[in-house]
Design a protein around this ligand. Structure first.
Ligand code: NDP
Length: 249
């Protein structure tokens, strides 16, 4: 179904994480030339070797996506190395959970910078080039908690909700240029972060999910691949929930 992505250049930010790994692997399986960002070199090099072992060639670049100049530079470098970026997946993100009573301006800014500024920083240099070429895909990985809010996550919920506002505005600016911009809002996915939660807490989370289990990173990656494909050309400014029915709207 998504076999039309051969030789497209895809940039997945935060590819070395749980969901990012699945997205990189899926896009690579579909024939994309995939690039991703890292901050921690040791972790990234080990990750790249593992990906290679599983048959996935991914080019990695040092980049803090909270830094606009670094993102502008990255866009230039990838264009030289692999060609112009056709598909951008804004996936990098962090959490700094605490109630508002204890939340410091530092907790707030760190999350807004990594989860929301990053979307502007990486999209802004790439979107006009996609529009000039007449084809492009921007896919923003938000969260169920940007849709419904979450206790102890005012910073994260605000960043993730803001991400979809960005999606809707940007989608309108490039809709006639063959470029789509969409959001995916995953629910609880079985990544290291979620699996590290004590089992009894995890059981409580699962009890709130109508399908009765956590999501798999690959299930998010399949949505990315569909939205990146030619078949999704009429879908723009949309927010796809992948949450096992936990939040319906
Ligand atoms: P991980 O923590 O496993 O991975 C996050 C990735 O983002 C890492 O590769 C990390 O790189 C990178 N990253 C973080 N900050 C920066 C930065 N400033 N610059 C560059 N890279 C950065 O997260 P997940 O795979 O679980 O999540 C991926 C996305 O999905 C996130 O946006 C998250 O909010 C969202 N999400 C996750 C859910 C889940 O259940 N897991 C549910 C809903 C949404 P490094 O390690 O080098 O810092």
């Amino acid at each position: 179904m998504c076999g039309d992505l051969k030789n497209k250049v895809a940039l997945v930010t935060g590819g070395t994480g749980g969901i990012g790994t699945a997205i990189c692997a899926r896009l690579s399986d579909l024939g994309c030339r995939v690039a991703t960002t890292y901050r921690n070199r040791e972790k990234a090099e080990a990750w790249q070797a593992q990906m290679k072992q599983s048959g996935h060639q991914v080019t990695i670049y040092a980049c803090d996506v909270g830094d606009y100049e670094a993102c502008v530079q990255l866009a230039e470098t990838i264009e030289k190395d692999l060609g112009p970026v056709d598909i951008l997946v804004n996936n990098a993100g962090i959490t700094r959970d605490t109630t508002l009573k204890k939340m410091t301006p530092g907790h707030w800014r760190e999350v807004i910078c990594a989860d929301l500024d990053s979307v502007f920083n990486m999209t802004q240099p790439l979107l006009p080039r996609m529009a000039e070429r007449g084809w492009g895909r921007v896919i923003n990985i938000s969260s169920i908690n940007g849709q419904k809010g979450q206790f102890g996550q005012a910073n994260y919920s605000a960043a993730k909700a803001g991400m979809h506002g960005f999606t809707m505005a940007a989608a309108q600016e490039v809709a006639r240029k063959g470029v789509t911009v969409n959001t995916i809002s995953p629910g609880y996915i079985a990544t290291e972060m979620v699996m590290a939660v004590p089992e009894e807490v995890r059981e409580k989370i699962i009890a709130q999910i109508p399908v009765g289990r956590l999501g798999r990173p690959e299930e998010v990656a399949h949505v990315v691949a569909f939205l990146a494909s030619e078949h999704a050309g009429f879908i723009t400014g949309a927010n796809f929930a992948a949450n096992g029915g936990q939040h319906m709207h």
